[in-house]
Design a protein around this ligand. Sequence first.
Ligand SMILES: C[S@@+](CC[C@H](N)C(=O)[O-])C[C@H]1O[C@@H](n2cnc3c(N)ncnc32)[C@H](O)[C@@H]1O
Length: 313
Amino acid sequence: MPTAVSLFSGCGGSDLGLAEAGYDVIMANDVMPYAADFYRCNLPDTDYKLCDIREMISFPKADLLVGCYPCQGFSEGGARDAARPINYLYREFDRALRYIKPKAFIVENVSGMTRANNASLLKNQIVRFRLAGYRVQHKILDAIDFGVPQRRRRLFFVGIRSDIDFKFKFPDGWDGTRRLPGSRTIREALTGMPMWPEEDTYDRQPFHWYYLSRNRRKEWDEASATVVAHSRHVGLHPVSPPLKKEGPDRWRFLRDEPARRFTYQECSRLQGFPHGISFPETGGLKMRYRIIGNAVPPPVFAAVASSLSVAVS
Ligand SMILES: C[S@@+](CC[C@H](N)C(=O)[O-])C[C@H]1O[C@@H](n2cnc3c(N)ncnc32)[C@H](O)[C@@H]1O
């Protein structure tokens, strides 16, 4: 079984994908306590270090290193300020890469990193990884192509250590062989879930003007829009009445009927998490949405990691 070390592991969306692809994730790290609780509950065999990455002095050796460092400065929904210190945590990933010297690595980040104003940061990462001794490729993948009922475009970097004779090619999509449940629509993903679940399972704040500045509702037989981490901005469940465009950046409900956001459990299904996952009691509603919205859909990570299995074995 190839081994993997995971950084910026959050609640383990990426690492559930690694497990699915046949990797033994020997160590994970994040700074967020509820993400650690969730991870330890659902992936109990991994040694999860709950601390700031900058405090970690050493790392175990492994065949694969993965990391999804934070992206606020690059993100469509974030402040889009490339100068923020949080955007430089990739240097910590680079430090671990040079320490572990794995056969390969995978990084996931927001697609906004490829925008022109982030060009120097993107280039800096690629140059660092090359100087660390890796051949690097990057590509934007959309979760919808991997059996996940959601449009979610994310940038993936894959690096192969220069002494490894392996020509990497990004997967085009789900090859249908994995065990995780695959679906393409909201209806398929939410089959069997109640239309009106308990009220403490979804964010019930009012639909403020910003929320209604765009269409937050998709139909049952469509894929979901990108699942976000901020509970207030989570999309509408299709049981809600349709929205009608009233003007520039202004939408309103067509009918005066009850409407609701997706629950955090529904978000986890729309992110392609396995049906049996558990949410520990230690975290409140906002935190549950946050760890799920931050996660990499496990099936996407499984597909990328599977396509590396020859290189790391
Ligand atoms: C995009 S999320 C990772 C998602 C995760 N890979 C998953 O699939 O569930 C980025 C993570 O970086 C973590 N993070 C931010 N700053 C950190 C730091 N200084 N040290 C460790 N983790 C940090 C955040 O808590 C967050 O969980």
